[in-house]
Design a protein around this ligand. Structure first.
Ligand code: HEM
Length: 360
């Protein structure tokens, strides 16, 4: 728990929930929702919001329609592709390489692009849009960032409108074709969903992989990612969650943790703090690949629980275990690799490493 208490007000007029108990209550309790919080970070100029920013009943309807296309079967079909893309990226790493730009960054964007059916020659353009849109998630937005992120969003939607026309004429096996076939989803809603999938699915997964390599290789524990990838990925998600916080607003006058919360007050759920709550995780500041981190809230909870959690876990497990097999002695060469300047998304700007002594 924070030294300032389980829930405390900030000068900006927000409340901040710092314990596992309060964060889980906040995310599950229908008295809190999206409302019209200034923290909602709605993408400027976007005609239709994605369902991430909606409350029921709109959220329920749209998430239901999208989940119909986002099936376990589609994910399982992706597995061999994720393995092949990972193998190609790892093969392409030189003996001294930046693990962020060489592996963590390209993998998720290639996966989500393939999933949506974006041709390989357009993957590079995706990276640019994705990076700009992800920076637009930061609550400390400058005017420049707002307009840049608005422009990236417009370009992205224009691009997808074109691709959608092609897929309507000749449907493929991809998610875009599946979404195009979902009845009741308007074109604007479909485009907003594509933007959401790119933004929610890219930088977050980059950070999972990057943070994982940092904590594992930095402690000489990388080999465990090959022995027990699932458990290792869960501990990385708990210890250094790629999404550090999210927020809700009170939809009515209410209380949280005994503190009055007037209607429309924004409340932040500090995921990073909830995942280190000693009441739930003994010795929480210890990175421990042998623990059971089952109750972490890295993917949120309740109605907005991450739609891509299965995909993200699959990518994390494949990337970290493949790296562990290819470079079990990987050494990190920068003492304190820098994090990117984003408050919500916690991830490394770079992570230089060297294949260890045992490599052929
Ligand atoms: C390690 C990687 C990831 C992390 C840590 C993560 C985390 C989260 C969190 C915390 C939320 C809930 C936000 C809230 O309640 O305000 C969320 C929602 C969401 N995520 Fe993820 N995510 C990851 C990867 C992905 C991927 C790969 C995709 C899809 C390709 C994805 C798609 C979504 C969507 C669509 C939502 C909105 C769900 C809703 O509003 O009903 N995420 N994610």
């Amino acid at each position: 728990m924070s030294a300032r208490g389980a829930i405390f007000p900030t000068r900006a007029g927000l409340l901040v929930a710092t314990t596992h108990d309060l964060c889980t209550t906040l995310l599950r309790d229908p008295r809190f929702g999206r409302g019209s919080s200034p923290l909602s970070n709605r993408e400027p100029g976007q005609p239709v919001e994605s369902f991430l920013w909606m409350d029921p009943p709109d959220h329920t309807r749209l998430r239901g329609l999208v989940s119909r296309a986002f099936t376990p079967r589609m994910l399982e079909r992706l597995r061999p592709r994720v393995e092949a893309i990972t193998a190609g990226l790892i093969d392409g790493l030189s003996d001294e390489a930046d693990l962020v730009s060489g592996l963590a960054y390209p993998l998720p964007v290639m996966v989500i692009s393939e999933m949506l059916g974006v041709p390989p020659e357009d993957h590079e353009r995706f990276r640019g849009w994705s990076e700009t849109l992800a920076r637009g998630l930061d609550p400390m937005l400058t005017d420049d960032l707002v307009s840049e992120s608005g422009r990236a969003g417009r370009e992205f939607r224009d691009y997808f409108r074109g691709l959608l026309t092609l897929r309507r004429e000749r449907p493929g096996e991809d998610l875009l074709s599946a979404l195009a076939g979902v009845e009741g989803l308007t074109e604007a809603e479909l485009l907003a969903t594509c933007v959401l999938l790119l933004v929610a699915g890219h930088e977050t997964t980059v950070n999972l992989i990057g943070n994982g390599v940092l904590h594992l290789a930095g402690r000489g524990l990388l080999r465990h990612a090959a022995d027990r990838p699932k458990q290792v990925v869960e501990e990385v998600l708990r210890y250094d969650p790629p999404v550090q916080l999210t927020s809700r607003v009170a939809l009515e006058d209410t209380t949280l943790g005994g503190v009055p919360v007037p209607k429309d007050t924004p409340v932040v759920a500090l995921i990073g703090a909830a995942n280190r709550d000693p009441a739930v995780f003994p010795d929480p500041d210890r990175f421990d690949v042998a623990r059971d981190p089952g109750r972490h809230v890295a993917f949120g909870l309740g109605i907005h629980f991450c739609l891509g959690a299965t995909l993200a876990r699959m990518e994390g497990e494949i990337a970290l275990s493949a790296l562990a097999r290819a470079a079990p002695e990987l050494e990190l060469t920068e003492a304190e690799p820098p994090y990117k300047a984003n408050v919500v998304l916690r991830g490394l700007a770079r992570l230089p490493g060297r294949r260890g002594r045992l490599m052929p």
